[in-house]
Each structure stands twice: as structure tokens, then as C-alpha cells.
Design a protein around this ligand. Structure first.
Ligand SMILES: [Zn+2]
Length: 219
């Protein structure tokens, strides 16, 4: 049994127990976005009046009358779908090891196809944007990997033919737990390509472990 494949996640029954109702989802969003209560995004004021519009609660700051809802500034801002539908979409997309199609999402969520398609693309883009900026630090393990191309062939010792090279890096906590992983395509395993990857992905002062691939040693 592979430890990574068999690690425990959040089961669907547990997810539904925690985030199955609209009230639970609202509380979760409130804890995530406003752990210390309302703060106006424009003037940082804490004093506000509240009102309900189209079923959503709004806060209006006393100083500038700026109106914000719990969804303002999130990718759910323009959406009329319930929060529990959004959170279930996040759960399903996050749990799927193979790419979940918009059609499958439509069936699971009970929404229209265009709605499922929009949700999927907004969530995937938000995840990609967050991961694009991710930097690994403390203890990082590196390896080279290849995807696609012919399984066999190519000259001996020249590396896999027609395969796309990737760097795989994993950040490990002091207790040995894996925290984050990045998988980045690189043009080649050259010193120049890896130096560029290094400046983008690794925090200065990290301990890096790898095999003896020449380009990695240059890091
Ligand atoms: Zn304000």
C-alpha cells in the first residue's frame, strides 16, 4: 500500500455533515473571510449597518456607505447559486484524481451545463493562480520526471525521446509530513532552465535534496 495514495481525506459523508446546509456554509465562509468580524474593504471601518437584498446579507459601512456581502471579492460574487453548491463543487473538484468534466459536475450538483462549466473554470483558474505563486521552503525534495512521448525508442543514454520533462518538488515539514508539491514543465534539464525554476519556486535558504542529476547539482 502506497502511503500517499492511502492517506485519509475528507469523506463525502463527513463533508456533508460539516457543509451540507446553507447555514453551515455561510458560517464557514464567515470564519474564513472575517474571523474578527466586519471590516470595510475600502476604509477599514468596523461600523456597519446590515440589510438583506435578494436573499443575501449586505454590510454597509457607516463612513462611505460602501456595500459588501460575504461573497464580495470572491469568484462567487456574481453567482446566484447557493453556497452549498459552490462548496460541493470545490469538494468534488478537489477530491477527483482524474479531471472531473463539466458534464459530471452538472449531474452531481444538479445545475445547468453552462453553470457547471462556469463554476469549474472559475475554480480551476483560482487554484492555478494560487499555485502559480507558490514557493517551497525549509526542506525540499526534487526529482526529474517525464510525460508523454513514445514508451520505447531513442538512443541509449540520450534520455526519453519526445517526452516532456518536468520538475517535481515536495516541501516537507520538520516532522516529515509533506506540505506542498509543485509539478512544473521545464524546457530541458539544463542549468539555465533549473536556475530560472529555482528563482521562481524556492525560497532562499531552503535545504534541497535531489539525486545526482548534473543540472540539479548546479542549484
Ligand atoms: Zn468603508
Amino acid at each position: 500500500m502506497n502511503k500517499v495514495q492511502f492517506q485519509s481525506g475528507l469523506s463525502l459523508p463527513t463533508f456533508l455533515k460539516r457543509y451540507g446546509s446553507e447555514a453551515q456554509c455561510k458560517t464557514a465562509l464567515q470564519h474564513a473571510r472575517r474571523p474578527d468580524g466586519f471590516v470595510c474593504p475600502r476604509c477599514q471601518a468596523r461600523a456597519a449597518t446590515q440589510f438583506i437584498r435578494y436573499g443575501h446579507r449586505y454590510w454597509q459601512c457607516v463612513a462611505y456607505r460602501r456595500q459588501t456581502s460575504m461573497r464580495s471579492g470572491t469568484l462567487m460574487e456574481q453567482s446566484k447559486l447557493p453556497l452549498r453548491t459552490w462548496l460541493l463543487a470545490m469538494y468534488l473538484l478537489g477530491q477527483s484524481k482524474t479531471n472531473l468534466s463539466a458534464l459530471e459536475l452538472m449531474r452531481h450538483l444538479g445545475v445547468s451545463y453552462p453553470a457547471a462549466w462556469r463554476m469549474k473554470h472559475k475554480l480551476m483558474r483560482a487554484m492555478a493562480e494560487r499555485e502559480a505563486r507558490r514557493q517551497l521552503g525549509s526542506v525540499v525534495q526534487l526529482d526529474d520526471a517525464y510525460l508523454g512521448g513514445e514508451r520505447n525508442g531513442g538512443k541509449a543514454g540520450s534520455g526519453p525521446e519526445n517526452k516532456r520533462p518536468f520538475v517535481i518538488a515536495v516541501e516537507t515539514a520538520d516532522d516529515g509530513r509533506r506540505r506542498f508539491a509543485v509539478i512544473d514543465p521545464v524546457p530541458a534539464f539544463s542549468k539555465a532552465a533549473l536556475a530560472q525554476w529555482n528563482s521562481h519556486r524556492l525560497r532562499p535558504g531552503s535545504d534541497v535534496y535531489s539525486d545526482r542529476l548534473g543540472a540539479f547539482r548546479a542549484l
